[in-house]
Write a protein that binds this ligand. Structure first.
Ligand code: PLP
Length: 442
């Protein structure tokens, strides 16, 4: 269709000069946006294809971070690109007060990924933190209770609400946080306060409920695999045990699948499915949009009905372009069996890391679920004292050797390896060579 602006062929200035990019960013970004920089020297990306990235000088990298777990089905995925362009060319936005089939189809398709036997509904929004805020609000509105429990070492987002349930000081600002939040110790099997086991942590949860709350809960929020906390899989038995205790206190179970969802952990589409429980609400984002800003709260209908008469609105929630991306992601994961691939390729990558651990004393632990893996560095395997200094050096080496990963964990001593789900078996040898060289050159 012709447009009145068709004649405008303005060419936008685009300066790829490294110094100019750095200078512009330093001059025009707010300090809050400048602060989050992983490497000593800036890394500038010019393009990506599938699970590979190129910097502005043409150097190629194997992506093991997926832009913080957002790129699920790969860069420049042709199905995503096609569906996004098709939607952008017809209607770029349609606010939720009007009706459009793309978000409606997407909501239906998303509910199909959830356990049968429940009536699931979806509230679409733009970011994981927005969906976390809504989950807290809804849990409080539905139950009529105020107290929320979260786990230490959790990350749930940057908004006031999401920050208040985040259990790592580096992500919390020195301001009054939302009240009514208590933390139970994370059942981290390597570094947790009780070491291995589940019962001691469930006893602590009971203590938190008994001593730290009114005894009547709005809910508990859990990442089945803590992400920024350093890839900490919650052990089997904990979530089901927590569910019983939370339910007994009148609360709901909120599962944060922002990092662990969308087939990433390989065995299941959602990581909570490994635990044999059905949550009351699930928060999804990141990999759901393959980089497009798309998030969702998936919730049982009966609970969601609490807000039937109250205005709650995100301007760009249910944007049809983002939802077109979301539909394409769901399709690609299923049609190309990326969940199975995450399981198989993830297992092969983990085997490389386990082998590495046999040769390098600095590796205290290696763990993973599908395409969520971690290598934890320690000064001494006996004391398990974290080694963030070696991590800084290792991290720079991984970049030099052609890998993009991330430093994470409360002590910044964990190398987080979370490649796109489309990573293939033939990429494993590239990874093996690069990670071996990185450790050998330390
Ligand atoms: C587990 C988890 N929950 C919630 C969030 C918040 O998502 P967003 O940054 O899209 O607001 C994040 C972001 O990293 C996350 O990792």
């Amino acid at each position: 269709m012709a447009s009145q602006f068709d004649h405008d062929q303005h060419e936008f200035e685009l300066d790829w000069n490294t110094d100019a990019i750095v200078e512009r960013r330093n001059t025009y970004y707010a300090a809050s946006q400048r602060a989050f920089v992983p490497y000593q020297k800036p890394l500038i990306f010019s393009k990506g294809q599938d699970n590979y990235l190129w910097d502005e000088k043409g150097n190629k990298y194997l992506d093991c971070l997926s832009q913080n777990l957002t790129i699920s089905v790969g860069y420049n995925n042709p199905v995503v690109t096609r569906e996004v362009i098709r939607q952008a060319q017809t209607l770029q936005h349609c606010t939720t007060m009007f009706f459009h089939p793309v978000p409606a189809h997407f909501a239906e398709e998303l509910t199909r990924t959830m356990p049968a036997g429940e009536e699931w509904v979806v509230h679409l929004c733009n970011s994981g933190a927005e969906a976390i805020d809504m989950a807290i609000l809804l849990a409080r509105s539905y139950t009529g209770n105020n107290d929320i429990i979260s786990l230490t070492n959790a990350y749930h987002g940057a908004t006031f609400g999401a920050q208040s349930v985040t259990g790592i000081s580096g992500f919390r600002h020195n301001i009054p946080q939302l009240g009514g939040v208590q933390f139970a110790p994370v059942p981290d099997q390597y570094r947790g306060i009780h070491g291995e086991g589940v019962e001691p942590y469930l006893n602590d949860l009971e203590g938190t409920i008994h001593y730290g709350t009114s005894g009547q809960l709005a809910g508990m929020i859990i990442e089945p695999v803590q992400g920024y906390g350093g890839i900490i899989p919650v052990p089997e038995g904990y979530i089901s045990g927590a569910r019983e205790r939370i339910k007994a206190a009148g609360g709901l179970l909120i599962i944060d699948e922002v990092q662990s969802g969308m087939a990433r952990t390989g065995n299941n589409f959602w990581a909570f499915q490994q635990h044999g429980i059905v949550p009351d609400m699930v928060v999804a984002a990141k990999g759901m949009g393959n980089g497009f800003p798309l998030a969702a709260l998936i919730v049982k209908r009966e609970i969601a009905e609490t807000m039937a008469t109250k205005f709650y609105f995100h301007t760009y929630g249910a944007n049809p372009v983002n939802c077109a991306a979301g539909r394409a992601v769901l399709h690609v994961i299923e049609a190309h069996q990326l969940q199975q691939r995450a399981q198989q390729v993830g297992a092969a990558l983990l085997a490389v890391l386990e082998d590495l651990q046999t040769r390098h004393q600095v590796i205290g632990a290696v763990r993973g679920r599908g395409m969520m893996m971690a290598v934890e560095l320690v000064k001494d395997r006996g004391s398990r004292e974290p080694d963030p200094e070696t991590m800084i050096r290792l991290f720079e080496k991984t970049r030099e050797c052609g890998l993009v990963a991330s430093k994470s964990g409360a002590y910044r001593n964990v190398l987080r390896i979370c490649p796109p789900l489309c990573t293939q078996m033939e990429d494993v040898s590239f990874f093996e060579t690069a990670i071996n060289r990185s450790f050998e050159s330390l």
